[in-house]
Design a protein around this ligand. Structure first.
Ligand code: GAF
Length: 405
C-alpha cells in the first residue's frame, strides 16, 4: 500500500497551531502554500534553454504569518535538519547585511526571497514554515519554500503579480543565497503549475503548454531513495560549466541550438566528458518534445521508453544518477504494467518517477520493496550496514488524483 501524506489543510492547521504556540496564542493573518514538483522528463535541460516537462505535486510548503510593526523578522520552521536551529531572528533595518547568506542554511532561502522581492521594502513579520516536500529529495523543496515565501510577502505588500517575474526572482534567490546556479524549471512550475497537468516549459521563451494527466487508468509513482543530494555541491555547477564549454566550442549561444550532427562534427575538439554531457542535453531536449507529444496522444508505451532512455543517459552520459536510483528504476521496470521509470531532479540521490497502469500499483510497490530487501542483504555483506535504514526506509507517494490547491 502507498503511504499517505498530509493534505494542504492538515499542514496549514499544523502551521497555525505551531504559530499559536510560538507567538503567544495569536492567529496568523496570512496562510499560503506552494507546491514541490516532479519532473517527468527533460533533466538538466533548463539551464541549456531547452524543454522540461514537470508537474506540480500535492506535496507543498506552507507559510503562515503576520506583519509586525517595525522591521524585525522572526521565522520558525519544522525543518527536519536536527543540527540546525529552527528559529531565526533578524532585522531588516540597516545596510542589508542581515540578509547575507549564513547559518542556518534554510533561512538563506527566506533571506534570498526578501532580497529579491519585487516590491521592496519589506516590513517586519513573524512566520512559521511547514512542508510535506522531502528535503533534498529532488522534488524541489527549496523552490517550494522560495515560492511560498514570496507569496507570503505578496500578502504583506503586493507586487505587480507577474508570475514569470516571481519565478525568476525566486530563481535569483537560489543563485545568490543558496549558491546553486539552477535553471528556471522548479520555481516556474511551483508558481505556474496546474493541478492534474504537466507543463511543457520552453526554458528559452518561458512559454508553457499544459499537458493533461487525467487518465484514470494511469498512475505516477514517486519513490524516494532517501539518499540526500546536495545541489549546492560542486557537481551541479560543474555540469553547467561543461554545457557552456560545449556550446562555446560549437559556436552556439546554448546547447538548445545544437544538433547531434553538429556535435559529431566538433567531436575531436571536445574532451570525452564534455562530449557526453552535451550529447545528453541535445538528445534529452529532443526526447522531452517527443515525450510531451506521446503524452498528449495517450501513447504511454512510447512515453515510458523515453523515460528509460532519459534515465540511462543521465546515468551513463551525464553521470548524475547513483546506484540506489538505478536499482529503483530497474526494479520498477520488471513489473508488468509499468511503462517507464527514471531518476528525477538534479540527481545524486533523491527520487525516481515511474509511470504505470493504475491496476499495477500494489504489485509494483511490493516488487520494489522485495527487491530492496534483496539488495539490503548484499549491502550488509559489503559492510555498508548503516545505509539500510537511511536508504531503504522508502516512502512512496501515489498522487495522480490528489489535489494540492
Ligand atoms: C535542479 C535544478 F534546480 C533545476 O533547475 C534543474 O536543472 C534540475 O536540477 C535538473 O533538471 O532541480
Amino acid at each position: 500500500m502507498a503511504n499517505s501524506f498530509p493534505s494542504v489543510s492538515e499542514l496549514a492547521a499544523g502551521a497555525r497551531r505551531l504559530y499559536g504556540q510560538v507567538f503567544g496564542g495569536e492567529a496568523p493573518q496570512a496562510a499560503v502554500c506552494a507546491p514541490g514538483r516532479v519532473n517527468l522528463i527533460g533533466e538538466h535541460t533548463d539551464y541549456n534553454q531547452g524543454f522540461v516537462l514537470p508537474m506540480a505535486l500535492p506535496l507543498v510548503t506552507v507559510v503562515v504569518g503576520s506583519q509586525v510593526p517595525g522591521q524585525d523578522v522572526t521565522v520558525v520552521t519544522t525543518n527536519e535538519d536536527a543540527d540546525e536551529p529552527r528559529k531565526v531572528d533578524f532585522s531588516l533595518s540597516g545596510d542589508g547585511s542581515s540578509l547575507s547568506p549564513g547559518s542556518p542554511s534554510w533561512a538563506n532561502y527566506v533571506k534570498g526571497v526578501i532580497h529579491h522581492y519585487r516590491a521592496p521594502p519589506v516590513s517586519g513579520f513573524k512566520a512559521v514554515i511547514v512542508s510535506s516536500v522531502p528535503l533534498g529529495g529532488g522534488l524541489s523543496s527549496s523552490a517550494s519554500l522560495e515560492v511560498a515565501f514570496y507569496t507570503f510577502l505578496q500578502q504583506l505588500k503586493p507586487d505587480d503579480g507577474d508570475k514569470v517575474s516571481k519565478a525568476k526572482a525566486c530563481q535569483q534567490a537560489e543563485h545568490t543565497h543558496a549558491g546553486v546556479p539552477c535553471g528556471i524549471m522548479d520555481q516556474f512550475v511551483s508558481v505556474l503549475g496546474r493541478e492534474r497537468h504537466a507543463l511543457l516549459i520552453d526554458c528559452r521563451s518561458l512559454e508553457a503548454t499544459p499537458v493533461p494527466l487525467e487518465d484514470p487508468l494511469l498512475v505516477i509513482l514517486i519513490t524516494n531513495s532517501n539518499v540526500r543530494h546536495s545541489l549546492a555541491g560542486s557537481e551541479y555547477t560543474m555540469r553547467r560549466r561543461d554545457c557552456e564549454k560545449a556550446a562555446l566550442i560549437l559556436g552556439k549561444a546554448s546547447l538548445r541550438d545544437a544538433t547531434m550532427k553538429e556535435l559529431e562534427e566538433v567531436r575531436d575538439k571536445l574532451d570525452d566528458v564534455t562530449y557526453r554531457r552535451a550529447r545528453h542535453v541535445i538528445e534529452e531536449i529532443e526526447r522531452t518534445i517527443q515525450a510531451a507529444e506521446a503524452l498528449k496522444r495517450g501513447d504511454y508505451e512510447e512515453f515510458g521508453k523515453l523515460m528509460v532512455q532519459s534515465h540511462n543517459s543521465l546515468r551513463d552520459l551525464y553521470e548524475v544518477s547513483c546506484k540506489e536510483l538505478d536499482e529503483l528504476v530497474s526494479a520498477a521496470m520488471e513489473v508488468e504494467g509499468v511503462f517507464g521509470s527514471r531518476m528525477t531532479g538534479g540527481g545524486f540521490g533523491g527520487c525516481t518517477v515511474t509511470l504505470l497502469q493504475a491496476h499495477a500499483i500494489d504489485r509494483t510497490i511490493l516488487h520494489i520493496k522485495v527487491n530492496i530487501h534483496i539488495h539490503i542483504h548484499t549491502r550488509t555483506r559489503s559492510h555498508v550496514v548503516h545505509i539500510y535504514i537511511i536508504l531503504f526506509n522508502i516512502f512512496i507517494k501515489k498522487f495522480l488524483k490528489s489535489t494540492y490547491a
